[in-house]
Design a protein. Structure first.
Length: 314
């Protein structure tokens, strides 16, 4: 069983602390999730209560994946307290490490992110760049997968990165099952924009979910932006602007993303020919599917299928 160890630092945010247990713990006993603190003692959270973990930092040496959730003092300094540094030093080389929100500050303070691409909450991007100039920060995305180190943005993006890892480890069917159990979207691409603070839209600007759901039921059809705007009962110009404001993506990019996501599910869970999958998800040809899949994740449909079939065989 894959062991996930969550390291709670002083001032940890309770929501982010609970994400790994809730997400990985729903994957039908494929993961064991354990929580530790720097010295095994109770710690204050960012809320009006403390938490007690039954384990100290020695459990980090046994982890397959380590998760560091957000904590309040992260932006204060580029240095970590010595006990935290000592604890993180117990993580074996090659262990997969994940940060949620300000947890990226802890990783950066150890030097693990030097020369790497990473993300954190958009509101703290300027401070992060000031403290850690050697890190290539991308504050416009939900999460960054840099191989053995993954960083995610604020709050709910921690759910996204955990689902992403389940998808990598066990495929779309398991990840989608977990997402349904947690009542969250099964897939939000890491490159999707963070929801940057902006004026609240007028009431008429909300409600894209109905049109999104309508489109998801018709991915096999040649939907156009005009079709989407007509369903939403808006002009094309107004629809395009309001869709981007609410969803964080242009309608065209969102539609392509959903077609690619559905194609990935079919490549993982079926033996259908690539040409047939392309038609079922709304791409006119297998060549079009290959183009969009490669643009999204850098591999061909056959390579993607073989990768997940091999993972399933394990």
């Amino acid at each position: 069983m894959h062991r996930v160890v969550v390291m709670a630092l002083e001032g940890v945010f309770p929501f982010e602390l609970g994400i790994p247990q809730r997400v990985f713990g729903t994957a039908n006993d494929r993961y064991e999730v354990l929580t530790c603190t720097v010295d095994g003692s109770p710690i204050r959270t960012s809320a009006d209560f403390t938490i007690t973990a039954d384990r100290g930092p020695e459990i980090l040496a046994t982890a397959d994946t380590v998760v560091i959730p957000a904590y309040t003092s992260a932006p204060a300094s580029a240095q970590l307290p010595a006990p935290v540094m000592d604890a993180l030093a117990l993580i074996p080389a090659g262990t997969r490490i994940v940060s949620i929100c300000t947890g990226a500050f802890a990783l950066a303070a150890t030097g693990l992110l030097d020369g790497r691409r990473a993300t954190t909450h958009w509101r703290l991007a300027a401070r992060f760049r000031e403290l850690f100039p050697k890190v290539t920060l991308d504050a416009d995305v939900l999460f960054v997968d840099d191989g053995d180190i993954l960083t995610s943005a604020g709050a709910a993006s921690g759910v996204d990165v955990c689902l992403h890892l389940i998808r990598k480890d066990h495929g779309s069917q398991v990840a989608n099952h977990v997402a349904r159990r947690c009542v969250v979207p099964p897939w939000r691409d890491g490159g999707q924009a963070q929801y940057i603070e902006q004026p609240v839209p007028e009431p008429a600007a909300a409600g894209m979910s109905a049109t999104q759901e309508w489109a998801l039921r018709r991915l096999d059809e040649p939907l156009t932006l005009t079709d989407l705007a007509t369903h939403a009962r808006m002009s094309l110009r107004t629809f395009t602007r309001r869709f981007a404001d609410e969803v964080g993506l242009s309608p065209g990019r969102w539609l392509i993303q959903q077609r690619v996501n559905r194609a990935r599910e079919l490549l993982e869970s079926s033996d259908l020919p690539v040409q047939l999958i392309a038609r079922q998800v709304g791409f006119a040809t297998a060549a079009s599917l290959r183009h969009h899949l490669h643009a999204a994740i850098g591999v061909s449909p056959l390579t993607y299928r073989h990768t997940f079939q091999a993972a399933g065989a394990r």
